[in-house]
Design a binder for this molecule. Structure first.
Ligand SMILES: Nc1nc2c(ncn2[C@@H]2O[C@H](COP(=O)(O)OP(=O)(O)OP(=O)(O)O)[C@@H](O)[C@H]2O)c(=O)[nH]1
Ligand SMILES: [Mg+2]
Length: 236
């Protein structure tokens, strides 16, 4: 509970057996999270079995994709404040407190991973990724009249229940470019969005999106296309 409101955490999970249990415990640690939902996205390893050993609720999403998994988790969440994160060790559970601190004033509180002081040594956030994330975020900010944005790909973010109800039916991206779509859909509805710096650590287990240059470029290209498409009126 936070300020009289229930708090949900959603973890999209595709082959995350190594860290899923630790992630669930880490996010319960600050004592404010009421429910954790693990969305198992056709994992071929023991992700679902490991998650079942925790206090998390495990749901299975068969439509493969980062966006599909997150959208399912957002639909399943029952909290007044819904936080998305990743169960791969990159995010720190206590950073939910930073998001919650702004939840009274904003509809959506997005983490940013490009603050140099909070990028841990092992993190996959070298110069290219950092500048790339920043650049795409700036494009979104300028073309969609957003607040100051410095990261287009940080899963760690909070959405208030009334805002979630407004945007959930409008989210249509199933792939790795889901996050900027969510921000644009929120901005188009006049929702109040803010970014706060969060820690970004090294990953446990195999990377699926930004672990390769081709994966990074593909996702970046999809994000830029999406931002431009929304600008010219294509998109919800
Ligand atoms: N890429 C991808 N991720 C999925 C899918 N379903 C669920 N996920 C989860 O979405 C999150 C993002 O994938 P990651 O591999 O961590 O990608 P990333 O965060 O860009 O990069 P690293 O953390 O550095 O590996 C992870 O928690 C995955 O387990 C899917 O179909 N594809
Ligand atoms: Mg990750």
């Amino acid at each position: 509970m936070w300020d009289g409101q229930t708090v949900s955490v959603v973890f999209p999970a595709y082959n995350e057996e190594q860290y899923i249990r630790a992630a669930v415990e880490d996010f319960f640690l600050p004592g404010v999270v009421d429910e954790v939902i693990v969305v198992d996205n056709n994992s071929r390893d023991r992700t679902a079995a490991e998650a079942a050993l925790t206090r998390a609720r495990v749901v299975t999403e068969t439509k493969q994709g980062y966006g599909h998994a997150l959208r399912r988790g957002l639909r399943e969440a029952t909290g007044d404040l819904v936080i998305m994160a990743e169960p791969d060790g990159t995010f720190v559970g206590r950073d939910v407190l930073k998001l919650l601190a702004y939840a009274g004033d904003f509809d959506m509180v997005c983490g940013t991973r490009t603050t140099r002081e909070l990028i841990w040594e092992q993190a996959n956030m070298g110069w290219f990724l950092r500048v790339g994330n920043w650049g795409v975020a700036k494009l979104l900010q300028v073309l969609h009249d957003g607040p100051s944005l410095t990261d287009c790909g940080c899963t760690l973010r909070l959405t208030r229940r009334p805002a979630l109800e407004q945007i959930l039916g409008k989210l249509s991206v199933g792939g790795s470019h889901f996050l900027p779509d969510m921000v644009i859909v929120a901005l188009k509805r006049g929702l109040k969005v803010i970014e706060v710096p969060v820690n970004y650590r090294g990953r446990v287990g195999e990377s699926k999106i930004t672990g390769t240059l081709s994966g990074t470029l593909r996702t970046g290209f999809r994000m830029v296309s999406l931002i431009l498409m929304h600008r010219v009126g294509l998109g919800q």
